[in-house]
Write a protein of this length. Structure first.
Length: 368
């Protein structure tokens, strides 16, 4: 039975949308597969890792009839990628095998029954909805996601806090050493609700969303969140836990303020970082009137020094920071200038954007 007959790109684009979450080696073999479901000329693809589920569909898939099957996602993707652009592809179902045919190429893949494929239960109870442009949401997570912890035992830090309140959507990420906060206005008026998105969900959204004004529809449920955009629906479970009170972490009063061109500072830090200690990545920040010195040294007693002009008239300060934490923020905010505020060498510093109250980055100093 010819299940699907279509152009290579008609199959490959939706497959790439869903296959990012598929684990190559999983305790449940079927989770390495993608579900292909054909009804009429509509093909629906679904992938899941139990925590996240992505569904997408495409038109223009002809064939002998309706049907469904699961097949290895990565293998199918690699096969389709290897075929020439605009080539015609047939997926033929025969004796529990899926044959991929294109021109004189033949590939025979093993399948597992579609009925065995696990699907997440979609919460339909107490839900709240709002819309935001894909571009605005992607920028929101880009400004904060680098602050997430990677494998912290405090599991709630391995994710991103999304908080809706009134007409505002906030995103917060922290690993205990630094904290990134960003917010955006939404066209809704919602009661306060906090959700912690798993790290994998955040990275997948960053991969799938595009910088356009097309709508992203977000549905909040008690234990899951749904994102619908274009032909894609991503459903994710939430991390169960209490996120730290980020408002207590942001310093309320700071007396020393410096403004500097972001690009100039970033390039100086990239050069200084070459000779930092590989493990601790410490760099000394020495501030005096209208001058910023960056001093880095490594275990071999090699040293780098950079000096740039800044706008500063506060107290002389000599403080150490992890240069990686500073480069993260400089790479991910797209502004001409940044403001860097300090109290002294022993307290957290705050990086903000002049004239923009919707972004804050707190970073703790380190001893060097």
């Amino acid at each position: 039975m010819v299940l699907i007959k279509s152009l290579r790109d008609t199959l490959l684009a939706p497959l790439q949308s869903v296959s990012g979450i598929v684990e190559r080696r999983h305790t449940l073999p079927i989770l390495s597969n993608v579900l292909l479901e054909k009804k009429g000329d509509r093909l629906t693809l679904l992938a899941t890792d139990i925590e996240i589920q992505i569904t997408t569909s495409t038109e223009g898939a002809t064939g002998d009839g309706d049907g469904a099957v699961t097949v290895g996602a990565r293998k199918l993707q690699e096969i389709l990628r290897s075929l020439s652009d605009n080539s015609e592809v047939s997926l033929v179902l025969e004796d529990k095998r899926l044959q991929v045919r294109s021109g004189k190429s033949r590939f025979s893949l093993q399948t597992l029954p579609a009925n065995d494929f696990p699907r997440m239960t979609i919460s339909e109870g107490d839900t709240k909805q709002f819309s935001i442009s894909q571009k605005a949401f992607r920028q929101l997570i880009a400004k904060t996601q680098y602050g997430m912890a990677a494998q912290d035992v405090r599991y709630y830090l391995n994710g991103l806090l999304l908080l809706v309140e009134g007409k505002e959507l906030r995103a917060v990420a922290t690993d205990g050493h630094r904290l990134a906060f960003a917010s955006v206005e939404i066209e809704a008026d919602l009661p306060r609700q906090e959700m912690i998105l798993p790290r994998k969900t955040v990275l997948e959204l960053n991969r799938l969303l595009v910088d356009t004004d097309d709508a992203l529809n977000i549905t909040l449920a008690p234990n899951q969140i749904r994102f619908a955009f274009g032909s894609v629906v991503l459903v994710s479970k939430l991390i169960d836990g209490k996120f730290p009170d980020y408002e207590r972490v942001v310093p309320a009063t700071l007396k020393n303020h410096m403004t500097v061109a972001r690009q100039t500072l970033m390039q100086a830090m990239q050069r200084a970082a070459i000779l930092t200690n590989e493990k601790f990545r410490g760099v000394r920040v020495v501030l005096s009137e209208n001058s910023l010195k960056l001093i880095a040294a490594n275990a071999e007693q090699e040293e780098a020094q950079e000096e740039i002009e800044v706008n500063y008239s506060g107290d002389p300060i000599d403080v150490g920071f992890n240069v990686g934490y500073l480069l993260d923020v400089l790479n991910n905010v797209h502004a001409d200038e940044i403001q860097w505020s300090f109290n002294d060498a022993n307290s957290s510093a705050l990086i903000t954007l002049p004239g923009n109250a919707r972004f804050k980055y707190v970073v703790m100093p380190m001893r060097i």
